[in-house]
Design a protein around this ligand. Sequence first.
Ligand code: SAM
Length: 288
Amino acid sequence: MNGAPTIDGLLRAGTAALAGRSDSPGLDARLLLGKVLGWDRAALAARAERPVSAADAAAFRALLGERRAGVPVAYLTGVREFWSLPFAVSPAVLVPRPETEILVATVLERVPADAPCAVLDLGTGSGVIAVAIANERPRSQVTATDVSAEALAIARTNAASLRVDRIRWRRGSWFDAVPGERFDWIASNPPYVAAADPALAALAAEPREALTPGSRGLEAIERIVEDAPRHLHAAGGLAVEHGADQAEAVAALFAARGFEDVRCVRDHAGLPRVTLGTISDIQRGTRP
Ligand SMILES: C[S@@+](CC[C@H](N)C(=O)[O-])C[C@H]1O[C@@H](n2cnc3c(N)ncnc32)[C@H](O)[C@@H]1O
């Protein structure tokens, strides 16, 4: 017996070390040890009694230390699954959230599978929304924008490694990136956390500009809702993700800007997280 820790022993110790510091300590420990050893979770489970070298155990403990300090597990592994696809992430982009799959599902329900459809993803980050839609709807023409050049570089890399090659990438602030262009559907998960929200403290590792647009939290959504009609075809629609406590305010913005059939989609916990509406009178979009 050489005393080397086993996979199972390291996972138990890692789970205990992350308790109270992570919502999913066991999963995080498995993902981090899997990163060190180059194995997936099934391989770890199948080799639970196998000894781990001192160097690998030390590398695992170093990752646990970073995780305990608040670094998201996705930044430590460099990958996050979204829409059942593996996306590379770095501290230059928001870690994709499961709620955003609701936005993707909402838009996909309205993008035909058998006809061309121009879709815009505003603030693409790691590219999850654009890539998921382009992958599910091969006949769509997807454009993705971000103000961050680093984010766009990661999004392009993700599209290439997932072999989704029909996305146009544009850099610029919201609709400045697509001057004079119109789309059938616009999707956005913009920054929407108010600058003084205490929740930001736990998100310090993620890019501030991906999380908060200003003091009220609604500034980016206001900009997008105001300008969207000028970039939609008749009968086109806009869908935005927002905070659960912003649904009423966002619906009011949609209605005031002339959107019709405004509705809200709730997450699995019953919280309102996505608001959408369509525009029939595109003249509104050309008003001064
Ligand atoms: C909440 S993150 C969403 C990222 C990704 N779409 C997702 O769902 O994981 C918001 C994104 O908007 C981008 N962003 C912030 N301000 C912007 C602006 N003025 N114009 C365009 N994109 C902006 C950020 O760089 C960030 O990538």
